[in-house]
Design a protein around this ligand. Structure first.
Ligand code: PMP
Length: 382
């Protein structure tokens, strides 16, 4: 799965070792909230488990949750979506795996856009597919390179996209999504759209691949409770697709996960009932820290970066430091006790960048971000 021998997360493991040895580390690496799952959700899980909801559950998800997710999708996309369009999964990552398992036969070429979430190539390899990375056009703000996608689509079976994007914060505009759908239709390609950051939009609005029902016959959308509801550890997400696809996915789930814990699904139901208000509460700190970062950067015109339109990360261009992104991240960890992700973990296009997550308290984030910018400036002027 990781032919280079690296899964991109080494720096995080190293920071855990330092923390275990007693070092105080500011963690701006992993995409995880600095707050726990909210109490009403936990209460629901606890009450449900105490009441005996600790047995096997319907493999595709409990009907009430499938319906509630479908309902949410109907409301946000305008596309009438039913329980039969939804498979509840133990996390969005497993939905990514299932989607590719369904789309690909062994050896099929599977497209994905660089920079990308670190698991993408391994997920494709894990189902026997051949991952094909597509670079963005230079200086496009990491927007999809439509010409390149159309070219590579001729010999491929699927295309994986991610909006809002991890790591770069790009949000794909409606016309970009339409062009992507047109390409997929023209070349009979599965469109797999990872939308786990859908509630984190700071500029523009989210366009789902599910928006246009007539064109969705070969679309699968991956969603999750992890990011929008601060439920990363509960491992609950979904795959949305045409009913025949979801029936296949359910069959696959029978032979792999055998379902998602029932009391966790009750927590997910509570999250959906709390809805937009809770999503806002969970995501507001990321928007605040993103704005703090942009404000600080406005006073440092020599520092290059990508202004994120969505998501919980900012990409800083560190090429002026003279270091590779891996060297930069390692030195920052050892010299300043701050852990961030090297761009190399997210594909060729992100080399020369580091990804900074908005995942520490405002105070720690402000200190950490300021330290990173100063570290870069000092290196650049050395
Ligand atoms: N897709 C993207 C782009 C992600 O960043 C993540 C988690 N970091 C996932 C999918 C998987 O999320 P989960 O399995 O927790 O739902």
């Amino acid at each position: 799965m990781t032919p280079s021998g690296s899964d991109g997360w080494e720096i995080v493991y190293e920071s855990w070792k330092l923390a275990a040895a007693g070092e105080k580390i500011i963690s701006l690496a992993v995409g995880e909230h600095d707050i726990p799952t909210s109490k009403p959700i936990l209460d629901n899980m606890f009450t449900s488990a105490q009441a005996g909801n600790t047995g096997y559950t319907p493999v595709g998800g409990v009907p009430a949750l499938r319906e509630a997710i479908a309902d949410k999708i109907t409301k946000t996309t305008g596309v009438k979506t039913a329980a039969e369009n939804i498979l509840v999964t133990p996390g969005g990552q497993f939905a990514l795996f299932i989607a590719h398992m369904i789309a690909l036969d062994p050896g099929d070429r599977a497209l994905f856009l660089s920079p990308y979430y670190a698991t993408y190539p391994g997920t494709i390899r894990s189902v026997g597919g051949a991952p094909i990375e597509i670079d963005p056009k230079p200086n496009s703000g990491f927007q999809p390179n439509l010409a390149e996608i159309a070219q590579k689509a001729k010999t491929a079976r699927s295309l994986l996209i991610n909006t809002p994007n991890n790591p770069c914060g790009a949000v794909y505009a409606p016309d970009t999504m339409e062009s992507i759908r047109d390409i997929c239709r023209a070349h009979d390609l599965w469109l797999i759209s990872d939308e786990v950051y859908e509630a984190m939009i700071w500029n523009g609005h989210h366009t789902s691949a599910w928006h246009d029902a007539g064109n969705s016959a070969q679309s699968m959308v991956v969603g999750s409770f992890s990011k929008n509801f601060a439920m990363t550890g509960s491992r609950v997400g979904w795959l949305c697709g045409p009913p025949d696809v979801i029936a296949l996915a359910e069959n696959l789930a029978t032979h792999t996960t055998y379902g998602t814990p029932g009391y966790i699904q009750q927590g997910a139901l509570r999250a959906l009932a709390l809805g937009k208000a809770l999503e806002k509460e969970v995501t507001a700190p990321f928007e605040r820290r993103r704005n703090m970062a942009l404000e600080l950067l406005s006073a440092h015109p020599d520092v290059d970066f990508l202004s994120p339109d969505g998501g919980m990360y900012l990409m800083l261009d560190i090429r002026k430091s003279g270091l590779s992104s891996i060297e930069f991240a390692h030195r920052l960890l050892h010299e300043h006790k701050i852990v961030i992700m090297p761009g190399d973990s997210f594909g060729k296009a992100a080399r020369g960048y580091v990804r900074i997550a908005f995942t520490a308290s405002d105070e720690q984030f402000a200190f950490g971000f300021h330290t990173i910018v100063k570290f870069l400036e000092d290196l650049a002027s050395a």
